[in-house]
Write a protein that binds this ligand. Structure first.
Ligand SMILES: C[S@@+](CC[C@H](N)C(=O)[O-])C[C@H]1O[C@@H](n2cnc3c(N)ncnc32)[C@H](O)[C@@H]1O
Length: 414
């Protein structure tokens, strides 16, 4: 029987110039994958890299999260709180290319479930895909996507999950976002966790930073670091006051007289030191008075404030798709940016309303607070006395060995 005619015949021929060695390597690789020809092999490589549709073309997500599942909960002067699933907002409600900044903290991929339903670290990327699709759709070319995300520990082991790095790689490689700069949020008031590995077995250190992935749709989103300067250090202040003689540094680097110029503050590093200690603000009072649960995973207002000031102008549109207690909304309202917070839980929104009524909660004004990071290894230690745990913490210390460890570490902590 004659072979049926293909509706899409392979009539086009393309030459690829290869060296003799390359040709034989390609042939070897092709036959190792079960292909008879280099053409089949190249086609296979191409389609393997195209397994997911390009952003903006996945209609299944659009259908799955219809607009009708979202409704308005509260409206302030500059923005509004929406109650519902932010996938519906990003895929079907917001105008395409209308948002200047998405700044948010999604539920982290924890191994133990928290009350607001963290996602399983292993399936995190699959869960995040429709959000990523929607975020790409609504961001302007000049806009930024900022995701604050905490790491997770592998259960029962002193090792870390890679889920938040995988999320970053997915956003860049699958959705075409650009990584502008990673930031780290150091919470100086964080308790030493995880206690098992930090305090009991003593084989890891305090886990006190969250990653913040700052991404954008194009490599050149709008930004200006002069908006977020930090106070000069004491030594820089004195240098500005007393002058500086231009000279060669030991490295041979020529520090010019421009170093003397007062620019109003210094450019901050990508390590944001902000304690998350607010426990008696008007939000908490409102929740207590109304018997509403206080959101257990709020971020400090200084985080959205930093990115909103850095990356947007008054009147721009800021969106937090995992609104929680609407910290982003209240900061944006104070800074006169238009804003939308979307949150699924009504309970959290009842609490969030307390940030706006009876009056708008003002921005915190302790932003001049500074922290010192003491140098590690600054304590004298007798290494014959303080032994390494050769088993890497596999065994819990016995009571006796723990007493010995504790007394040694107390000496160190003193
Ligand atoms: C880490 S919390 C955000 C807390 C917030 N940054 C704050 O400071 O209050 C994540 C929030 O995302 C909400 N959430 C999870 N999935 C959602 C979805 N599909 N749409 C809207 N909100 C969602 C959760 O209910 C939770 O309140």
């Amino acid at each position: 029987m004659p072979r049926p005619k293909s509706s899409n015949p392979r009539t086009r021929v393309t030459n690829i110039r290869l060296t003799e060695e390359e040709r034989s390597e390609f042939m070897k690789a092709a036959s190792a994958c079960g292909f008879d020809s280099i053409s089949e092999y190249v086609r296979h490589l191409h389609f393997r890299n195209q397994s997911s549709p390009p952003p903006g073309t996945n209609n299944d997500f659009k259908k799955k999260f219809p607009a009708k599942t979202v409704r308005k909960f509260y409206e302030a002067e500059y923005g509004k709180i929406l109650w519902g699933d932010s996938r519906a907002y990003a895929l079907n409600i917001a105008e395409p290319a209308s948002v200047d900044l998405i700044v948010t903290s999604p539920p982290f991929g924890l191994v133990r479930k928290k009350s607001y339903g963290n996602e399983d670290a292993d399936k995190y990327c699959d869960w995040f895909r429709p959000f990523a699709e929607g975020f790409h759709r609504i961001l302007k070319d000049s806009g930024s996507l900022v995701v604050d995300i905490g790491g997770a520990w592998v259960p029962g082991q002193p090792t870390r999950s890679l889920y938040h790095f995988k999320l970053l790689v997915m956003l860049v490689e699958e959705f075409g976002f650009h990584l502008c700069q990673e930031h780290y949020w150091w919470n100086p008031s964080k308790l030493p966790t995880p206690a098992e590995w930090v305090n009991i077995r003593r084989v890891r250190v305090k886990d006190a930073v969250n990653s913040i992935w700052w991404l954008s749709k194009t490599p050149f989103p709008k930004a200006n670091n002069k908006r977020i300067l930090q106070p000069y250090s004491k030594s820089m202040e004195s240098l500005l006051k007393n002058g500086y003689k231009a000279k060669l540094r030991p490295s041979g680097h020529d520090i010019s007289t421009k170093f003397n110029r007062d620019n109003g503050g210094s450019v901050p590093p990508n390590l944001l030191a902000v304690a998350n200690t607010e426990s008696n603000g008007s939000y908490q009072a409102h929740c207590r008075n109304e018997n509403i649960p206080i959101h257990p995973a709020r971020f400090p207002s200084q985080l959205p404030e930093y990115f909103i000031r850095f990356l947007t102008n008054p009147g721009d549109l800021v969106v937090d798709p995992f609104g929680g207690s609407c910290v982003t909304g209240v900061v944006a309202e104070n800074l006169k940016r238009r804003w939308v917070c979307v949150e699924m839980s009504e309970e959290y929104l009842l609490g969030a309303k307390g940030r706006f009524v009876p009056q708008l909660q003002p921005l915190l004004r302790d932003s001049k607070m500074s922290y010192q990071i003491p140098a590690p290894c600054s304590q004298t230690v007798d290494e014959n006395e303080i032994k390494l745990f050769e088993d890497g913490g596999r065994k819990r210390p016995t009571k006796r060995s723990k007493e010995k460890i504790d007394s040694a570490s107390q000496e160190n902590d003193a």
